[in-house]
Design a protein around this ligand. Sequence first.
Ligand SMILES: [Zn+2]
Length: 190
Amino acid sequence: MIGTHAFCPKSGAPLSDEKHYDSSGDGKRAVLADGRLNEEPPLGELTNGAIRSSKTALFNYFRRCHQRRFDADDGLYQKASLVFTRLKSAAAGRQEWDVHIWYAAQRRLDNAGYETNWMHANAEPRCPYCHGQLGYTQFVNGDVIAYCGTNCTDRRTDHLAEIRKILVAVYVQAFPDASDSISVDSFLQF
Ligand SMILES: [Zn+2]
């Protein structure tokens, strides 16, 4: 992921708050140690995170975020590792974006009976066309819709609805057994 939720796209290790500048003037963050990882992350490597990270990085980020709030749960981690593997191998194109894998995994784990509301604090939906930030509008009845913050395509359609279509598509590809009971509206519920 990039922005607020960025992590090392290879290992999932956290990044420094402070930025380091190279000769071209681009600021990047350094990969930090993470004592929970089985393998040493690429310490000191500079990155701003990535739109698509490795399966290992996503899983390690998931576990780190979970352990910030809860005790370690090996049953959950085993299930989550499997879920990330299935989603990553089924995904193509925009489905492969970390944010899409993240929210599809949230749905799958929720379906398996795990508490997953906490996962909202560790990702944010992005424009499905330019990966930019979204602007939100809430209606009196509570419905929320989102548009691209830079209006990249001139489309004034609800981008959350489009993201949900991407999520349901990758979900049924990864878990064909579950497709009967899955509705588009059940994704990305805040
Ligand atoms: Zn956009």
